[in-house]
Design a protein around this ligand. Sequence first.
Ligand SMILES: [Zn+2]
Length: 404
Amino acid sequence: MKTLLKKYTVREIVDGFVYNEFEGKGVFGLSGKLTIQPEYQRNYIYADGKKDVAVIESLLKGYPLGLIYFNDVDDEHFEVLDGQQRITSVGRFTTGKFAVKDENGREQLFSSLPIDKQTEIMNSELLIYHCKGEESEIKEWFKTINIAGVPLNEQELLNAIYSGPFVTFAKAEFSNSRNSNIQKWSAYVSGSANRQEFLATALAWIAASKGLDAENYMAAHRYYDNIDELKVYFNSVIDWISGVFRNVEREMCGLEWGRLYETYHSRAYDPAKVSEALRRLYGDVYVKNRKGVFEYILGGEKDTKLLDVRVFDDATKKTVYIQQTDKAKADGISNCPLCAIGHDANKSKIWEQKDMDADHVAAWSRDGATDIANCQMLCKSHNRAKELLNNNLTVYSWRDTIIP
Ligand SMILES: [Zn+2]
């Protein structure tokens, strides 16, 4: 790879600057010779009133903006390899897209700055490294550079590596913060369009449905000139979620909806009943993991492990153990109510507390509460057996068997 260091003024760089408000990216500069955001670049993420302002403040104080790298496509055409965020900030400022505070704390647009300040900015020099090399070389190198303190995330890297028509179309759909669907997606998918997180999710879902990972999928579709399959699948998942769950809850955001869709979408659900179940479980103080409620409902309310149901505390267990053991001793039977009704040697065995576990007399899944009235101690093997039988076991209680 050949490199050449050059100096440009801000005036030269922002000549012919075009900012695409719709896609949130700086497009051209340097009298049209410079492509500011080539396909493999990430979206502009400096427009937060801090990072973009900091770039302008640096210029006003005469601080250098750091090295910027161009990839020379040919002698007349360059692409920004590193420095897109800084160049776009400068271009947006000089075209009046945002203001900075002056020394008196007043907001100033470029056009309202004193002429000498405007000239100072326009005459500021930027150091540019021109790089010329094979596409693969440039991309490999781009992978290793860190842009202005915000490292590329995984999806931004993949977009760079597999740039082509597929990524272009995919970004137009999933990485475009003006897409009116984003609000709906945000209920179920976490992250932001700008940082490619919707795209990453869409790719992960379709790839997983085919037993691939996102990178394989992107590689296989790199030169496709449409994203129909990706879009249809993503929308199917979103439509399925909003069809099954009428409510939108905070905990729904970022769940593994792709996997849930694959597992459950062929089952029929009554949205009114689902809604009812959701309300009931959200109102249940024993449910510790609300994120698990959705899969619990989808699976027919069987797998209580998903809910992380609150367990009995130590004081409750101790109290119940003592009461149960005192009664059992008086009656000459085992303090495990299930051993007590058996026919083997354990029939009259008094277990130590460490060899017993607390059990919900009425299973939690049958509305049994996690309080002392619903607690009994069972020997470990009976407790395990009851757990295995889950909800299908007859409800035994030491109160039924021991207390007359
Ligand atoms: Zn037992």
